[in-house]
Design a protein around this ligand. Structure first.
Ligand code: GLN
Length: 241
């Protein structure tokens, strides 16, 4: 079995080590004998979503998000849209997550028109939402992480939230939702990076990517002792919050 990953803007969108998500995915697949190939899709480089099983977009600050906008609209927008609506696995973090929606209006009034691939929008406020946090997905996976964003995201009726907040702010600090979910696309505010300390979430993405390609996919269990230690450390932090 083989999985191909497209890593969008690895040099620009890599806040709080979001690249660790690629490392976690690769590690969990190679330990199971699945071959993984990752391509860096940087500014100026075009790509075809049909060539990939997983698309990953990390987080960035308002500045990077603004700088990337032109490049995004030179074809990557079409390919990302195609991946999302074609049920490819897409994981997008914070600023990368915001880019999948209709727009992001920064706290200082700058309007960034985004892909509109998914039914949500984001508006920034000066007061940032920062801290260790946790939420639960519909599968019952408790995702632990760290959030730091000025943007408040509001979901429309065409998409579901990725999870319900257990602790922290999530999408907007008001409605108890976190992230977005649509087909096999997952957007979240969780940095840190999210997958190394949330192995069940990582495996959910891996399983969906494999199921798109192969029949009878069963993931062999891995020893997650270290991952559990990392989770417990974050839990201690957010419980103390
Ligand atoms: N610039 C966005 C915000 O502040 C995203 C930040 C991030 O990726 N952490 O809302």
């Amino acid at each position: 079995m083989m999985i191909r990953i497209a890593h969008l803007y690895p040099d620009m969108l890599n806040l709080y080590g979001d690249r660790g998500n690629i490392i976690a995915l690769t590690d969990r697949m190679t330990r199971r004998g699945i071959e993984v190939k990752t391509d860096a899709i940087t500014m100026g480089k075009s790509f075809n979503a049909d060539d990939y099983d997983i698309l990953f977009i990390g987080g960035g600050q308002d500045f990077e998000q603004d700088v990337l906008l032109d490049d995004l609209k030179k074809g990557k927008d079409v390919e990302i849209n195609k991946a999302i609506h074609g049920s490819r696995v897409v994981l997008a973090i914070c600023g990368g997550y915001q880019m999948l929606g209709k727009y992001y209006k920064t706290y200082d009034g700058k309007m960034l028109e985004y892909l509109g691939a998914l039914d949500f929008y984001t508006e920034g406020k000066e007061e940032r939402m920062i801290g260790n946090f946790a939420y639960k997905t519909k599968e019952g996976i408790e995702v632990v992480g760290f959030e730091n964003h000025s943007g408040r995201t509001y979901l429309g009726s065409q998409v579901e939230p990725l999870g319900k907040m257990i602790k922290g702010y999530g999408n907007n600090g008001e409605d108890g939702t976190e992230g977005v979910r649509f087909k096999n696309t997952f957007g979240t505010y969780s940095h840190g990076p999210v997958l190394p300390k949330n192995p069940d979430f990582a495996d959910l993405l891996i399983k969906k990517a494999l199921e798109n390609k192969y029949s009878n996919v069963e993931l062999t269990p891995l020893n997650d002792t270290l991952e559990e230690k990392a989770r417990n450390q974050v839990k201690k932090l957010y419980i103390a919050r």
